[in-house]
Design a protein. Sequence first.
Length: 252
Amino acid sequence: MLRFLPPAGALALALLCTPAAATEWGYAHGTEGWGALDPAFAACSSGSQQSPIDVISARSAPTTAPPLSFHYATSAAFSIDHLGHTVQATVPAGNSLSIGSKVYQLVQFHFHTPSENFLDGEQYPLELHLVHRASDDTLAVVGVFFDEGAADAQLQKLVAVLPHEEGEHGNVSAFNLRSLVPAGRIHRFKGSLTTPPCSENVSWHVVSTRKSASLQQLAAFGALFSGAEFPGGNRRPVQSLNGRALGHRSGD
């Protein structure tokens, strides 16, 4: 169940989902060797709760976990930056996600093309990751799939200013952050960052309802991460579930 509430008070907080790494990494030669690049990346190879995964609905059991309550603004201004491995929007303070009594601040969202997580064996052309951080430094990521269909008005605001080269950025205004998360069943599991250092302090929430985007919108994101440096796009392959529980609220 999704409940959208007014934005919380301002909080001076800014960070990236993936901590800055001195060791270079990329997608050109695959992702299997990330763990050997730096001792700090060891979890990429040895971790037991790695992301992304194939979310199999039939294995997702109803849980009594509290609902997700999104405190997102309906009109926000921010920049979207090309980081080399993704395009990332760093959002203003005051947007948050509550899971029961625990509050996570929304700090950024970014995209992977094609999707990193799968749903019932199916991969989608674009996936949005909304990254939230709590006061104890744990992370909650909400994953939203985009499939080909009607154009999305909010996504178009990003497409219009997409930076095409690393280090470039675009500015967005009057953006409805609430519109990013559709209503529908949310599958939950313990996971990791999908890029080095692949830290396993992430609570994942993948929405089963897909949002639509036009072919032109999807192509705009796909064009950013293609060619020899991105033979499979900017995505990490699906990782083993390793016996992890997969659940959802029965009311979703």
